[in-house]
Design a protein around this ligand. Structure first.
Ligand SMILES: [Zn+2]
Ligand SMILES: [Zn+2]
Length: 249
């Protein structure tokens, strides 16, 4: 007999979407007629169907409602937690990441929805599953926007144009955070080497047009990795501050 396939655990992206709905219904148990529950169920199912998952219970409306109740377990507006059960640990993290910034939550949820509708983003995400980097943290904004960020900063054409632009202006390629120069350190082998980091907020990615030169910063490999090493990712300015204060110690 075929083993019953269990539904995949809720991902950060999904919990962000659920928290967005939780905020909209203000923690209440949604009515049977509330179309937003069905809409979220459809969105999540289209995400999983694109990844080859099926099943009648996969993110059905009841599952969505249960997830809203899981989220209530993290809500200080409901101090009586009797009978409330939290789901996985990602809920607590997502709650903390977005607790003080409802606007950012809404923008991020919108961006994730747009990314799901555009099948391309899911395709990139599935692909990048196989090359997951253990030294890198998924952004607070979730996996789909994370992979879109990387895809943009690794696009050959724009990276080449960005480097050429810097060479035209300064005659060399240096890290915008720490001034490291690969050509200076590694000689001919480092010539022309530097990484690009996309500086636009992740929530802007899904609807944004093509990457502009101004959307990219040139960074050495170390600085770039430090930005992505932990949650939350650092802004360029935060990284610069960190470099200065680490130096002072
Ligand atoms: Zn650097
Ligand atoms: Zn980056």
């Amino acid at each position: 007999m075929a083993k019953k396939k269990r539904n995949p655990p809720w991902t950060r992206d999904e919990i962000i979407l659920a928290l967005d709905l939780y905020r909209q219904v203000q923690g209440a148990w949604p009515r049977e007629s509330d179309s937003r529950v069905a809409a979220l169920s459809d969105t999540l199912n289209s995400f999983w169907h694109a990844r080859g998952h099926e099943g009648a219970t996969l993110r059905n409306t009841n599952g969505v409602k249960m997830k809203l109740m899981n989220l209530r377990a993290h809500d200080p507006a409901y101090p009586d937690k009797a009978g409330l059960k939290a789901g996985n640990h990602i809920e607590r993290e997502v709650w903390a990441d977005f607790e003080d910034d409802p606007r950012h939550l809404q923008e991020t949820a919108d961006a994730i929805r747009r990314a799901i509708v555009s099948r391309k983003a899911i395709h990139i995400e599935v692909e990048s599953d196989e090359i997951h980097d253990p030294n890198e943290a998924e952004a607070p904004e979730g996996r789909l926007l994370t992979v879109m960020h990387h895809r943009r900063e690794r696009s050959q054409k724009i990276v080449k144009a960005k480097k050429q632009d810097a060479l035209n202006k300064m005659g060399r390629l240096t890290c915008e955070a720490c001034s490291f120069d690969f050509a200076e350190r590694y000689g001919a082998r480092g010539d022309g080497f530097i990484e690009c980091h996309h500086i636009k907020p992740l929530a802007d990615l899904a609807g944004a047009g093509n990457t502009q030169l101004a959307d990219l910063a040139l960074l050495c490999a170390n600085c770039h990795r430090m930005i992505h090493a932990k949650r939350p990712w650092l802004s360029l300015d935060e990284l610069r501050v960190l470099l200065v204060s680490a130096n002072e110690k």
